[in-house]
Design a binder for this molecule. Structure first.
Ligand code: GLU
Length: 316
C-alpha cells in the first residue's frame, strides 16, 4: 500500500440518485479529499435484472454536475461489477477451500419463514439453516433433484467489531446476529456482501463511507475480507435522510437529482446538504471543494435527518 487513502462511490445503476444517495456520496468524497485521498467510482451492477446502463451514465453526470470527481472507475469496465465475475469466482473458490461454503436448497419462502421464528430472547437471531447440516445422503438427494442451490457461507460463533469512524464501535456475534448468509444466488449471481468485500479488498479501498443502513453489513464485510487474507478498510457511516418514517428511496422520484437539476444550482444543493447534515450553520451555497476544510466527522449529525419536502424544495 502506498499510504494514500482511497475512498469510493459504489452506487447501483437501478434508478436515479436521490438526495439521500447524494449526501452519502458527498460525505464519501469529503472524507477522502480531506485526507488528500483519491476516489474510485465503482458501478455495482451485479444484478442484471435491476441494472440499466442508462442509469450508470446518469449517475456519472450527477456526480460531475455536483462537483464530485474521481481518479479511477466508471466508465472503465474494470470497475463495473458485471465484468468482475472472475474475481468473485476466485474468492468463492478460496472460501470453499476453507470448508466455509455450503449449498442451500431452502426456497426464499422457507428462508423467510425460518427467519420469522427466532429463538426466545434472540429476536435478531437466525435460527440456522437446515442445509448447513445435511448428511451426505440428504445432500446427494437434493443434488439429484436438479434444482440449483444458493451458496451460503458458514460464519463463526464469534463477535466481530468494527470501529466506525462516525458511530464508534459496532459489534455483532455473526452466528447469533446475522447467521450464515448467501454469497452466491441460485441463479449464479454473486451476492452483494461477497462482491463488495472482494472489490474493496482488491481495489485497495481504505475508507468505506456510505449510509447508516449498511452499518449492520460492516462486521460481515470485515470478516469476509480478513478471511480472504486482507485488511479491512476503515468504515464510516453517515446519517440517512428520511421522509416520514422511511429512509428516502429511489422510488421517490420527486427528490431525484434528475428532477432537482432542472431548477437548482449545484452549489445550492451542496450548501443545503452540508447544512442538513451539520457541517455548516447556514445553507448558503457552497461547492464541495469549499467544504473540504470544514469537513470533520465530529460535526456530522448521528441522528437521521427528516426532510420536509415543501420546505426543502425552496432553494436560496
Ligand atoms: N451499491 C450499494 C447501494 O447503492 C452501496 C454499497 C456500499 O457502499 O457498500 O446502496
Amino acid at each position: 500500500m502506498d499510504g494514500v487513502q482511497t475512498g469510493r462511490f459504489a452506487p447501483s445503476p437501478s434508478g436515479y440518485l436521490h438526495m439521500g444517495n447524494l449526501l452519502s456520496m458527498l460525505l464519501a468524497w469529503l472524507d477522502s479529499r480531506a485526507l488528500n485521498g483519491r476516489m474510485l467510482f465503482r458501478l455495482e451492477d451485479l444484478d442484471p435484472a435491476r441494472s440499466k446502463p442508462a442509469y450508470a451514465a446518469a449517475l456519472a453526470e450527477d456526480f460531475r454536475w455536483l462537483g464530485l470527481d474521481w481518479e479511477a472507475g466508471w466508465p472503465d469496465p474494470a470497475y463495473a461489477q458485471s465484468s468482475r465475475t472472475r474475481y468473485y469466482e476466485a474468492a468463492f473458490a478460496a472460501l470453499q477451500e476453507k470448508g466455509l461454503v455450503y449449498p442451500c436448497w431452502c426456497s426464499r419462502a422457507q428462508r423467510l419463514a425460518a427467519a420469522s421464528a427466532p429463538h426466545p430472547g434472540e429476536a435478531e437471531a437466525d435460527p440456522g439453516c437446515p442445509c448447513a447440516w445435511l448428511s451426505r445422503r440428504q445432500r446427494a438427494a437434493l443434488e439429484a433433484g436438479g434444482r440449483s442451490p444458493a451458496w451460503k457461507i458458514r460464519v463463526p460463533d464469534r463477535t466481530v467489531a468494527v470501529e466506525d469512524a462516525h458511530y464508534g464501535v459496532f459489534s455483532q456475534n455473526l452466528a447469533r446476529e446475522t447467521g450464515d448468509f448467501i454469497i452466491r444466488r441460485a441463479d449464479g449471481v454473486f451476492a452483494y456482501q461477497l462482491a463488495v468485500s472482494v472489490d474493496d479488498l482488491l481495489m485497495g479501498v481504505t475508507r468505506v463511507v456510505r449510509g447508516r443502513d449498511l452499518l449492520s453489513s460492516a462486521p460481515r464485510q470485515r470478516w469476509l475480507i480478513e478471511t480472504l487474507g486482507g485488511q479491512a478498510p476503515v468504515y464510516a457511516h453517515g446519517p440517512l435522510l428520511t421522509e416520514g418514517a422511511d429512509k428516502l428511496s429511489k422510488r421517490q422520484g420527486a427528490l431525484s437529482t434528475q428532477v432537482l437539476r432542472q431548477t437548482v444550482r449545484p452549489e445550492a444543493l451542496t450548501g443545503r446538504l452540508a447544512w442538513l447534515c451539520g457541517l455548516t450553520e447556514t445553507d448558503e451555497p457552497l461547492s464541495p471543494r469549499e467544504l473540504i476544510p470544514l469537513f470533520s466527522w465530529d460535526r456530522v449529525k448521528r441522528e437521521d435527518i427528516p426532510l420536509e419536502f415543501g420546505k426543502f424544495s425552496e432553494f436560496p
